[in-house]
Design a protein around this ligand. Structure first.
Ligand SMILES: Cc1cc2nc3c(=O)[nH]c(=O)nc-3n(C[C@H](O)[C@H](O)[C@H](O)COP(=O)(O)O)c2cc1C
Length: 156
């Protein structure tokens, strides 16, 4: 299984969240590639079993332009995108907190809850991230198993 972590980070918080995600994925035996949005060469989204898309939220709850460009660059809506992000409740309270995560989750019809991290994930939030990653990959494995079973049943 291969996962991509594609993320944008200016001051390092989302980058740190990506580190925790990568570590948890490797623990689960997943091959992991990272893509720094706005820096690295375009990706072929079809090569991955999972895509973890990460962003911070910018002014008044907006999604950074680089992330919007990445969405256009991918060119379609993969059904295996899990969205995570960092933000700060001091910027507009709950209504605007990590709003870019909600927007991207909605846009991609992601089957997993979006993960919101307050600023740096170091400390107690690391567990939250690890649990979230576990939830994503376990449900994915379950779905693959179920579709395999359905295939077996149909071929009989
Ligand atoms: C100008 C500015 C506007 C921001 N607006 C929001 C916001 O609307 N909602 C939010 O949750 N966080 C907001 N933040 C906080 C950042 O999203 C947060 O610090 C984030 O962790 C930065 O990610 P990075 O370290 O990966 O660059 C804002 C930060 C700045 C500097």
């Amino acid at each position: 299984m291969k996962a991509l972590i594609a993320y944008l980070s200016y001051s390092g918080n989302t980058d740190e969240a990506a580190d925790v995600i990568e570590c948890r994925l490797r623990q689960a035996g997943m091959a992991v590639e990272r893509h720094r949005i706005g820096v690295d060469a375009p990706i072929d989204a079809a090569r991955y079993d999972y895509i973890f898309l990460g962003t911070f939220t910018w002014e008044e709850g907006s999604t950074p332009e680089e992330v919007k460009d990445f969405v256009l660059e991918v060119g379609y809506k993969p059904d295996n995108i899990a969205v995570f992000g960092t933000g700060d409740t001091q910027f507009g309270g709950d209504d605007l907190y990590c709003l870019a995560v909600d927007k991207l989750k909605h846009f991609y019809h992601s089957k997993w809850p979006g993960l919101k991290v307050e600023q740096s994930p170091r400390g107690s939030q690391e567990r939250k991230i690890e649990n979230w990653v576990g939830g994503v990959i376990n449900s994915g494995t379950k779905a693959a198993r179920e579709s395999k079973n359905t295939g077996t049943a149909l071929s009989k």
